[in-house]
Design a protein. Structure first.
Length: 115
């Protein structure tokens, strides 16, 4: 089993920045990819960004140029740097860790963007 704990969410003004952190513990056997998803009140959970075992990154269109995903394998941690946050995108952000035969999600961290 793998446990994921997200942190770094909170209230931010429009145009501001937040850095989310996801720390994994338990059976974090490599290789594994990590990703960030989000869910808004109106939508299903959607992919924000993903980073592979070789540090290849993929971003949703809305995240390109504003968000950066990174990881520290020694700490079993992934990060999501979010810049220029918009009033229309408050959401709960979830971390995902995917191994070859299993995937895990954290409980999520709330991001609220005020106008």
């Amino acid at each position: 089993q793998v446990q994921l704990v997200e942190s770094g969410g909170g209230l931010v003004q429009a145009g501001g920045s937040l850095r989310l952190t996801c720390t994994a513990s338990g059976s974090t056997v490599s290789p594994y990819s990590m990703a960030w998803y989000r869910r808004t009140p109106e939508k299903q959970r959607e992919l924000v960004a993903r980073i592979s075992t070789t540090d290849t990154t993929n971003y949703a269109d809305f995240a390109k140029a504003r968000f950066t995903i990174s990881r520290d394998n020694a700490k079993n941690t992934a990060y999501l740097q979010m810049n220029v946050l918009k009033p229309g995108e408050p959401a709960v952000y979830y971390c995902k860790l995917a191994q070859r035969y299993a995937a895990y999600f954290g409980q999520g961290t709330q991001v609220t963007v005020s106008s």
